[in-house]
Design a binder for this molecule. Structure first.
Ligand code: LHQ
Length: 264
């Protein structure tokens, strides 16, 4: 397989799409080739009819160290348009991840820096190994947070902490990220994979329509007032009441058995 294929690994099985950033020697720093491969993978994911969950993780000791700095010939003379790279590659990637029709789980196996931290926090559920950490390393190289971080981070952890991370580039451990509400869970390194598998399996077996309606309503609540949100909930329940999974959930409860949700 060529580098352009192996830089991101992909497998789709039993409704679970597993994406593994795979340049471990560079802590999975993102190259143009990785963007291209990720775009192909997302094409495949978006076309999959029986998808239930997407998992994004990294190979080796890092999750993702952000933009590959080896790709940026800053020593050369002439203008360097970082905005172009964001417009052409990063923003489309982030938008596609944000609009996935199924839950995105980010399993942060190691350090997540710069755009890598942003990728990690795009997960609807983020689980991090105890030895993992989050760094807004933009601050260390004269840049500002991108990939939606300046929007998302203050909403997750509040302005003082978001500003602290953005202005110091300080490393935030997984345990502190959990304490701050930045991520769902910090899990022990020894059985991190088991924790990730359990989370992914439970989401793959969940009533997909219901949990996605919950995700969308919670996300959109930032832009709505309380009354508008009540209306959204009413409309969502009306729609979900017609799903097979709702019938199955109630039947299973009444019959004292485990529900078999099909995601429709
Ligand atoms: C790397 C990288 C890397 C290449 C580690 N590139 N090789 C978006 C769009 C447009 C423009 C600009 O920016 C953006 C957004 C961004 O993402 S900007 C932020 C870019 N990322 C960074 O600034 C992080 C740079 N990396 C680090 O600060 C450290 O590597 C961290 C703190 C992540 C990890 O530190 P250590 O655990 O001490 O590992 P290390 O530094 O020894 O790295 C291991 C190897 O990985 C090393 O290679 P080597 O051949 O010496 O073993 C690094 O050169 C390589 N590597 N990050 N971003």
């Amino acid at each position: 397989m060529s580098d352009s294929q192996t830089c991101v690994l992909f497998a789709l099985e039993d409704g679970i799409a597993r994406i593994v950033l795979n340049r471990p020697d560079q802590l999975n720093a993102i190259t143009v080739g990785m963007h291209q491969r990720l775009a192909e993978i997302l094409d495949e994911i978006e076309a999959c009819a029986d998808l239930r969950v997407v998992l994004l993780t990294g190979a080796g000791r890092g999750f993702c160290a952000g933009q590959d700095l080896g790709e940026r010939p800053v020593e050369q003379e002439g203008p360097l348009d970082l905005g172009e790279s964001i417009e052409q590659r990063y923003n489309p990637l982030i938008r596609r991840l944000a609009r996935l029709p199924v839950p995105l789980v980010c399993a942060v196996n190691g350090v997540a820096a710069g755009a890598g931290a942003a990728l990690a926090l795009m997960g609807d559920m983020v689980i991090a190994a105890q030895s993992a950490s989050f760094i807004l390393s933009f601050a260390r190289i004269g840049l500002m947070p991108d990939c939606g971080m300046s929007w998302l981070l203050p909403r997750l952890i509040g302005q003082p902490r978001a500003l602290g991370m953005a202005m110091t580039g300080e490393r935030i451990t997984a345990a502190r990220a959990q304490e701050w509400g930045m991520i769902w869970q910090c899990a022990p390194d020894e059985d991190f994979i088991e924790h990730v598998d359990a989370l992914v399996s439970s989401l793959a077996a969940a009533p997909t329509q219901g949990i996605m309606a919950a995700r969308d309503a919670i996300r959109q609540s930032w832009a709505r007032d309380f009354d508008a949100q009540l209306d959204i909930e009413r409309d969502g329940q009306r729609r979900l009441g017609h799903t097979q999974d709702y019938r199955e959930g109630v039947s299973a409860f009444r019959q004292k058995r485990r529900p078999q949700f099909r995601g429709c």
